[in-house]
Design a protein around this ligand. Sequence first.
Ligand SMILES: Cc1cc2nc3c(=O)[nH]c(=O)nc-3n(C[C@H](O)[C@H](O)[C@H](O)COP(=O)(O)OP(=O)(O)OC[C@H]3O[C@@H](n4cnc5c(N)ncnc54)[C@H](O)[C@@H]3O)c2cc1C
Ligand SMILES: *[C@@H]1O[C@H](CO)[C@@H](O)[C@H](O)[C@H]1NC(C)=O
Ligand SMILES: *[C@@H]1O[C@H](CO)[C@@H](O)[C@H](O)[C@H]1NC(C)=O
Ligand SMILES: *[C@@H]1O[C@H](CO)[C@@H](O)[C@H](O)[C@H]1NC(C)=O
Ligand SMILES: *[C@@H]1O[C@H](CO)[C@@H](O)[C@H](O)[C@H]1NC(C)=O
Length: 467
Amino acid sequence: MRVSGAFLIAFSSALALPTSEKWIEKDVCIIGGGASGTYAAVRLKQQHVDVALIEKEGKLGGPVTTYTDSSTGQTYDYGVQVFSNLSVVHSFFHHFDIPLVQLPPPSGGDTKMMNFETGEVVPPAQLYLGNLTEAMLGYAEQQAKYSSIFEDWDLPDPVPEDLLLPFGDFLKKHNLEAFAYIAFLYDQGIANLLAQPTLYVMKYQDRVQIQDLLTGGFVVNGLQNNQLLYDRAAAAIDDGRSLYLNSYPTEITRHSDRVEITVVTKNGVKHIRARKLLVTIPPKSTVSFLDLDRSEQTMFRQFNNSYYWNAILKNTGIPVGTTLPNVNPEAPLNIPAMPGMYTFLASPVPGLHATYYSSPHNMSDEEVSADILSTLQRVRQGAGYPEPEHSPELVALHKWSQFEMTVSNDAIRKGFYNDLLALQGKKNTWWTGATWMNQATATLWRYTEEKVLPHLVPERDILRVQE
Ligand SMILES: Cc1cc2nc3c(=O)[nH]c(=O)nc-3n(C[C@H](O)[C@H](O)[C@H](O)COP(=O)(O)OP(=O)(O)OC[C@H]3O[C@@H](n4cnc5c(N)ncnc54)[C@H](O)[C@@H]3O)c2cc1C
Ligand SMILES: *[C@@H]1O[C@H](CO)[C@@H](O)[C@H](O)[C@H]1NC(C)=O
Ligand SMILES: *[C@@H]1O[C@H](CO)[C@@H](O)[C@H](O)[C@H]1NC(C)=O
Ligand SMILES: *[C@@H]1O[C@H](CO)[C@@H](O)[C@H](O)[C@H]1NC(C)=O
Ligand SMILES: *[C@@H]1O[C@H](CO)[C@@H](O)[C@H](O)[C@H]1NC(C)=O
């Protein structure tokens, strides 16, 4: 059958939904309401930029997980806990009237090092790798050499070979082995730490954090309720047409002067037309709704990632206030192999312990839960704690996929990150989030504030003033 061109045009315009009333017009549409997306939306709104923030969950904050004890109402942050002492952190918390306090120094007294593989208690003397303070200072000195690189992830050509060494080899080369175990406990979620290229470890635990570790500069939410910060941010963003929770884009088309976004929301499908797009979610298969061109596809396909879980346990049999870190004196630099656990961490809510798990490959929540519970039994018996009256129970478990996105050394040498950075601003699209900066809230807020947001405040504001 042949149809005339005129018929086709009439037919397609009848089908095409977007008459102008049907479009929600916006200056900037933001995908993902975690650390970066929430920050961006709040700050843009303060600058009179009309935003739409699209978040697939029913709340903002991403990996912020705040546990609320049902009997006492006491809250406890067992996801995002510490923030670097940066001015963006102080201003953002202050804006939402939430106090920050200095991270209390570790009490140490109630910490027992244990080998989770065997269930044995490990005496600290068995773990001595050298002077920790000296190693940390030495590491800070090494890291300072590369400070300009990590400000905005702009890598020189050639990439310094030290940065491509597996982290374990790097520590040996510079006699910094005594730093390894602290890095393991601190840089959680990146699976086998010693095998990761040094570049990614330095990216994860940036200079600001090393300084904070050395000086005790870290701050924490004084109310132990980071969800409250994001709930207050949500209330500030929500004006009936700017915040889309439980929503996700299905199709995004980027034109030279606008971006068209189809979003599934709890109130049906919406069509947003924005001048600019800000993507904060990891650029992997997760962004298949975007009209990616071949070079974007080629780049994004190269990302690998690790997996990270956080959980809350009750009836552990571990005494209240006691923390048990996982250590393996048989393993290189005492670091346990992953998949596995980091620690059973004492919580301020009596009867609860938090725990953290990582894997280099995908695992189901069932496998992770089973491993945590059987490890708990081994460790409890090894430590000689009496059997709890009720069976141990996981009361919460969250999986964070696409944690710590990495590409191969070969790709890094060939200029992967310069190509990635060159995507900023192309097709009216800007990017922020952990892949572009690092896996830490404070530096993500600073990067978003300083390097990304200035491009998203439209010139139109200047015209408005002139009118
Ligand atoms: C257990 C844990 C503990 C941590 N502890 C700390 C800490 O103490 N201090 C610290 O600074 N950092 C910590 N981090 C790291 C920090 O949380 C992350 O680095 C930070 O949240 C990354 O911010 P982001 O904006 O890149 O992504 P996220 O905060 O992960 O936000 C991404 C958002 O996008 C949403 N989303 C995903 N796909 C879609 C889609 N298709 N459509 C719409 N929305 C989508 C997600 O639901 C999420 O809300 C921790 C992370 C974890 C997992
Ligand atoms: C460790 O190194 C620091 C800094 O050089 C020094 O002050 C301290 O005395 C050393 N500690 C031990 C136990 O040697
Ligand atoms: C935190 O930062 C402020 C401002 O830069 C500084 O005055 C203060 O000393 C820092 N605190 C710590 C503990 O490093
Ligand atoms: C991703 O990294 C893990 C751990 O290093 C490795 O086992 C896996 O093969 C990598 N996957 C890809 C696709 O490179
Ligand atoms: C990981 O495994 C889970 C359960 O086994 C599965 O549902 C999920 O799709 C997998 N994810 C990836 C990225 O392969």
